[in-house]
Design a protein around this ligand. Structure first.
Ligand code: ATP
Ligand code: MG
Length: 330
């Protein structure tokens, strides 16, 4: 197993080392391949990522990624989008689960669901024309693209409570009818219990009754919006991990960005990045992955927390405390 490690910019350089300390605590045999990509490198050298870097990444099995500052230059090609395309990471997966002692906007703590977002087509097809009086973007829904995301979501549902919610807007966007039909067919063929929701009522329902849901599958832009919204259910951007999964590769990144406002101070919250390590271990099929949940609960209960959660601990202290718990528990 080879793991590419991309700290990136800003707080990526703080939270990833903390997460790697936790990963190291598992004592696994894996080769770590550090890569320097992003804005800082772009400023220094004029390239954020080279073709050689892509080759190196493709020589790995998975990627642990921090964050990259969005480059304010029209010539800049997004590192993230390029990697997503090159590795064909078609499923964006975000678990939404409360953490002990942390209250989100609704004050509820009885939910536990996963958003599975189609990551390669839909409104983010990249097929568009920008004009003076008319601009348009093509919204692409394919049978193949819908099938593979539905398959992924159904497999996940089978491992959980066998319940799938298909989120769409097929009453207005006729292209979504294909997505909805394919998801229904795939769910039936797997014996997964399913229902469907229009995305607008889903947004409302997720805030009012988040406990109703288990696995949610949806198209690219709806998943993008709903998953950021759901970070507010958990409570802090610094607590939410995500995975981008393909047939061959997987890519793990915290939901937050590079947070230039707090970068370099050593006070960023590493728990989202640490929960990415948990997702990585799950992807690897490591049965010890859930120890990270226990360890995170333990540091939260003992108030070893960063200022965003009202504490005084540093990024490194939190990472170290989680790593020590893991070593002790294993
Ligand atoms: P980018 O351009 O890289 O997306 P951003 O300015 O959008 O960066 P985010 O990282 O998305 O910044 O963060 C938004 C806000 O949340 C910032 O004020 C930041 O300080 C805070 N924040 C984000 N992640 C964390 C974290 N891990 N720990 C503490 N605060 C965080
Ligand atoms: Mg941002």
């Amino acid at each position: 197993m080879r793991l590419a490690i991309i700290e990136g910019d800003g707080i990526g350089r703080e939270v990833i080392p903390a997460a790697v300390e936790v990963l190291d605590a598992f004592g696994l045999e894996l080769e770590k391949v550090p890569l320097e990509l992003g804005y800082a490198r772009w400023e220094r050298t004029g390239t954020a990522m080279s073709g050689e870097d892509i080759k190196t990444i493709k020589g790995c099995d998975a990627v642990l990624f921090g964050a990259i500052t969005t480059v304010p230059d029209p010539n800049y090609k997004s590192v993230l989008l390029t990697i997503r395309k090159e590795l064909d990471l078609y499923a964006n997966v975000r678990p939404v689960k409360p953490l002990p002692g942390i209250k989100g906007v609704t004050g509820k703590n009885n939910f536990d669901f996963i958003i599975v977002r189609e990551n390669t087509e839909g409104l983010y097809s990249g097929i568009e024309e920008i004009g003076h009086d008319l601009s348009w973007t093509k919204r692409v829904v394919t049978r193949k693209g819908s099938e593979r995301i539905a398959e992924y979501a159904c497999k996940l549902a089978k491992q959980r409570n066998n319940k799938l919610t298909i989120v769409h807007k097929s009453n207005v966007l006729k292209s979504d009818k294909l997505f909805l039909d394919v998801c229904r067919q795939v769910a039936s063929s797997h014996g997964v219990e399913y229902s469907d929701m229009l995305v607008d009522s889903m947004a409302y329902s997720l805030m009012m009754r988040p406990e109703k849901y288990d696995v949610i599958v949806t198209t690219n832009i709806f998943g993008d919006i709903l998953s950021d919204m759901c970070a507010a259910l958990v409570g802090s951007l610094g607590l939410v991990p995500s995975a981008n999964i393909g047939r061959k590769y997987a890519f793990f990144e915290p939901v937050h960005g590079s947070a230039p406002d707090i970068a370099g101070k050593g006070i960023s919250n590493p728990l989202a990045a640490i929960l990415c390590v948990k997702m990585l271990l799950e992807w690897m099929g490591n049965p010890g992955a859930s120890v990270i949940d226990e360890a995170v609960a333990d540091v939260l209960q003992n108030k070893i927390i960063t200022p965003d959660l009202g504490g005084t601990s540093t990024t490194a202290e939190v990472g170290h405390a989680v790593a020590e718990y893991v070593k002790y528990a294993l």
